[in-house]
Design a protein around this ligand. Sequence first.
Ligand SMILES: Cc1ncc(COP(=O)(O)O)c(C=O)c1O
Length: 382
Amino acid sequence: MEYPFVKEREYFPILKNKIQLSSCSQSAMSLQVEAAIKEYTDGWLAEGMDWMGWMNRVAMAKQSFATLINASPDEIAVLPSLSLAASAVASALQITTSRNKIVTTEMDFPSIGHVWLAQKSRGAQISFVPSENNEIPIEFYDQYVDEQTLIVSMSHVAYYNGLKQDLKQISSIVHDKGARLFVDAYQSAGCVAIDVKQMDVDFLAAGAQKFLLGIPGIAFLYVKKELANELQPSITGWFGRINPFSFDVKSLDYAEGTRRFDTGTPPMINAYAANAAMELINQMGINRIESYLNELSSFAISYGQEKELTIASPLDLNRKAANTAFQCSNASMIEMKMREKGVIVSARNDVIRIAPHFYNTKEEVAIAIDMLVELKSKFEVV
Ligand SMILES: Cc1ncc(COP(=O)(O)O)c(C=O)c1O
C-alpha cells in the first residue's frame, strides 16, 4: 500500500531532519499547533488580555475532544493533568462499608495507581489485577470485580507495551457488579477510535501530549451525563461553580453536568495547542489513522521478528495499538544513542517503545529497528 498521508506529513517540519517515533511520550509538533500557540502569544502581546477569546478556545478544545470520543461538550471537563483528573474523580466517590473496593491493574501508569492508593486513607481497599505475559486476560476482571467494587480503573492502551483492552467487554463485567469504570485513555486517544457511548464507560480521561499531538499541561475528562450531577468532587475550584463570576466565597454550588469537574483557571495556551491538534485528527478521521497505524504495527512486529528482537507487545493486532515495545536491558542508554543519530524513540524500564503516528512511514520504522538491532549488539549488557 502506498503511504496515504503525503500532504499531512508536510505539516511536521521535524521529519525533514529526524525520525520521530515517540508518540507514546511526546509526538511531533505540527505547523498548526505552532500557529495556535503563536496566536495566543501574539494576542496577549498586542491586546494585553482577551479573556473571552481564551475561554472560547477552551470551549472549542472541549468540543474537539468530545467529537473524537463521541460525547457532547457538556460531558467534558478540562484539568491540568490526567493524574489530577483521576484525583478529582476519586474525590467525588462515596466510599461506603458495602462498596469500598477499588480495582486497578498492574499494567496501569503508576501515577494513576498512586491516586487510587491515596484513597486508602478514606477507607478504600485497593487491588491490582495482575498481568500474564504482558497482557491481562479478560477473565481476570471477572475474578477481581465483585459486588463490593466501587470503581475499576484501567488503561485502554497500556503505556508499557501498547496492550489494547476491550472496553465494551470490561464495562459489561464492571456494570454487572454495579461498579463504575474509569478509563485512562492517554495512550489511545488520537490513535485508536473511541466511542464512549458504544463502549459504555463512566469516566474517561486523556492528556494532549502523546497521540493527541499536543503539549503537556492539559487533560480532558469525560463523565457520563447521567452520572455527573450525582457527583460532588472535593477537588474543585471556581470554574466548577454554576457561575464562576458570581464571586461568592461562601457558596459551593456545583455546575450542571461535567463542568463541575473544572477546577481553577483553565490551561489556556495548552487549550490553543490541543484544539489545533485535535482539529487536525478529527478532519483526517480517526478510523483512517487507526487503520494505517495497524499496518505499521503489523510491519513493526514482522520486521522485529525477522531481526530476532524480543517483542514485549501483544502480537495479535486486535490486542495492541500503535506502540510496539522491544525488549532491551539498558533501554535508556540505547534511547540516548538513537537520539544522537536522529531517531527519537522512548525507553521505559526494559523496553524501547517505537510508537509511530500517521506522519511516519514504514521506512522510518525499519530504520529505527535496524538501528536498535545494531546498538543492542554493541552496547546491550546481558
Ligand atoms: C497511560 C498514562 N496515564 C497517565 C499518564 C500521566 O499523565 P499526567 O502526567 O498528565 O498525570 C501517562 C504519562 O505518561 C500515561 O502514559
